[in-house]
Ligand binder design. Sequence first.
Ligand code: HEM
Ligand code: HEM
Length: 374
Amino acid sequence: MLPVLVCLALAAFVAALLGSLHAGRIVTLHLILAVGAMPLIFGAMNHFIPVLTRTRAPGIGLAGLPVLALAGGVLAVAAFGLPGMAWGRYAGASLALMAAGLLLAWSRRRRTGMLGRPHPGLAWYEAALACLACALLAILAGALWPQQWAGLRRLHLHLNTLGFIGLTAISTLSVLLPTIAGRPDPDVGSWLRRNLPWAVAGTLLVAIGAAWFGPLAWAGAAAWAIPLGRLGARWLRLYRVEIFALHGAAPLLATALAGFAASMLFGAAAVLFPASTPTSVFVAGFLLPLVSGAASQLLPVWLRPGVQGDWHAALRGRLGRYGGIRAALFCLGGIAGGTGREWGLLLGAATLLWFMLQALAALMHANAIRQETP
Ligand code: HEM
Ligand code: HEM
């Protein structure tokens, strides 16, 4: 299921970015975020929640949740892009809300059914799902309080980008980079525990502040700067060699962290300089290196779960080749996009396409080896 969701997300990203010159901004963004990223995050959470709670793998029924989220995303895009589909935004928000509520309830059940305490990453995932649910409720509330629509819309967008995607991504990155480097960070659990309140407070303050009371948003940006600054400083101390390498997934994951921080800087700056486009930095400088970097590391496990051997290492090596150059290109694309240059998003699309072709060749090679050595 997960490899299919990764392919779907990558295809949605490329299609949306290449079409971004013709389709409207809202359609492009929702194709990327609601059709591409949201179902992939649901799939990744289905995979990671049992790991974090040390419980058994989920049954097949849970695979319905990413599909439900996907249906919600597709309806939202259809509502923005097709005439006569305006009802789709409420139907889409309801379906995605249902998926978020069910996944959150399932996670809470796993938490109470386990022995001992869960990994602290679980609380980040649950906070992320709660943010998504509130962001979708804001869309539904817009039908009841149209006079509050401007505020609800800003609430929706900040809760989704900083809360749903941001909290999921930062907690996953904090665990994934040490794994990639092969040198686990023993303090990652306490980092997650200590920094969740800052990240959640930051998200809520930015979202509520941007919607109704500007000064709160600045306090929120300052709160988010604490976990991001701490994680960045820690990575530079512990994993500098892997981050500034030519190959591998580490440069991409470090770029994703920097891109997330940069999208906040551009978001905060957009209030003063309306020409800056934080959503483009968010997509080209954060989401694309995040998904391609995480896929380089995780696709081999997702394709062949169980004991990791030479086959996994070889495939991972091929997926990560020239990861450092792609990271630099995503950085450049993000900054160009953020300063309102359309070629920034196109550079991001071209770099992603490069990764997709490389991944196809790597998978074909890995498949050939698998058939040779049954
Ligand atoms: C599936 C359910 C979703 C629905 C029904 C929905 C609906 C909407 C609506 C109605 C708007 C305002 C559009 C306008 O101004 O005309 C909007 C804006 C926005 N949404 Fe969503 N959304 C959904 C999911 C998401 C997700 C999952 C994300 C991100 C993770 C997201 C991020 C955004 C952003 C960033 C904007 C503001 C775009 C801009 O002004 O540049 N949405 N959404
Ligand atoms: C932590 C950093 C952030 C702060 C302090 C912040 C603050 C704000 C504020 C105060 C507004 C309202 C502007 C106004 O009254 O005209 C706003 C709007 C907006 N923000 Fe953010 N923001 C941040 C991060 C982001 C990020 C990361 C994104 C994109 C991914 C984003 C996208 C937007 C958009 C598209 C609008 C315009 C919404 C509209 O058209 O009404 N912001 N932000």
